[in-house]
Design a protein around this ligand. Structure first.
Ligand code: DHB
Ligand code: FE
Length: 304
């Protein structure tokens, strides 16, 4: 039996959410409603525990500094330690990787013409650890393995929505050819609307965020055409993190290309959908504020 992608999860990665957990503040009035909102997602995953999460996130100048910024960087390592982001490493478990799956994804996805950077040794920052904390709480060890996929959304030019959706498709094809009985989820992290600096710092755009989630569910191929300037104008400078959600969405069955991936690089997307059922929405959350950010969370289950 081959590996299969069963679900995708979309979630903000605000560092202060991790800090609230690490310092035992989740019951305080500011945080309590948000963590109550996470409860259904935690219940869902307790009964849908993956073997591996392919975790799409962005590094924030921690693993790669600003000296070298790969566009798509795949973690190949057996384990990853949390980065010290200036206030000490988070007191969370090391992240166990899956080197054999990483090697297979690298082989398959690069043969599908995506030039991934292979990272054999790296630290992981809040972009990766906070989503794990949001979903799994504070265990002594994370309950599944993780293959990190770091995407540049820090220095322009960052990848287009279309490129991200296509990478998700390529990842699905890779997974379906991995000859091991693994239940795999793809998580897209970052967002939602937020801007951390400049005159518009603190920007939140709830109508836009809501529409983004609606389209992510129902019209991912159309959403992938949205240009960067729309993210920047409507969702703030850090709202661009949301392009990463399109990688996870592209990995769902209904985004698979009808021709079996013959033309992943093609511009036309007539084949988008391939007649396969749209995923079902297992959970949806929107909450303002968390630090400077609008928090979104979505769980989509494949029906095929
Ligand atoms: C915040 C949000 C982020 O996505 C991030 O990477 C850093 C800070 C914030 O809202 O504070
Ligand atoms: Fe961020």
């Amino acid at each position: 039996m081959s590996a299969r992608i069963t679900a995708s999860i979309y979630t903000s990665h605000v560092p202060a959410i991790g800090v609230a957990m690490d310092l035992g503040k989740t019951g305080e009035p500011y945080w309590q409603p948000l963590f109550a909102g996470y409860e259904p997602a935690r219940e869902w995953i307790a009964s849908h525990m993956p073997d591996v999460v392919i975790l799409v996130y962005n590094d924030h100048g921690n693993a790669f500094s600003l000296e070298m910024i790969p566009t798509f960087a795949l973690g190949m390592a057996p384990s990853y330690e949390p980065a010290d982001e200036g206030w000490g490493a988070r007191p969370v478990p090391n992240v166990d990787g899956h080197p054999a799956l990483s090697a297979h994804i690298a082989q398959s996805v690069i043969q599908q013409d995506f030039d991934l950077t292979l990272v054999n040794d790296m630290l992981v920052d809040h972009g990766l650890t906070v989503p794990l904390s949001i979903m799994f709480g504070q265990p002594d060890a994370w309950p599944c393995r993780v293959v990190p996929l770091a995407v540049n959304v820090v220095q322009y030019p960052v990848p287009s929505g279309r490129r991200c959706l296509q990478l998700g498709r390529a990842i699905r094809r890779a997974v379906e050819r991995f000859d091991d009985d693994l239940d795999i989820q793809v998580w897209g992290t970052g967002g939602m609307s937020h801007q951390l600096q400049g005159p518009r710092a603190g920007l939140i755009n709830q109508p836009w965020d809501t529409a983004f989630m609606d389209r992510l569910i129902a019209d991912p191929v159309g959403l992938a055409d949205m240009p960067h300037i729309d993210y920047l104008r409507e969702a703030g400078s850090e709202g661009i993190e949301l392009v990463m959600w399109l990688i996870a969405r592209g990995a769902m069955a209904d985004c698979a290309d009808a021709a079996g991936g013959a033309d992943l690089a093609g511009g036309a997307d007539a084949a988008g959908g391939a007649g396969r059922a749209a995923p079902s929405v297992a959970h949806r959350l929107y909450h303002v504020p968390a630090s400077n950010t609008a928090v979104g969370q979505l769980i989509l289950e494949d029906r095929s």
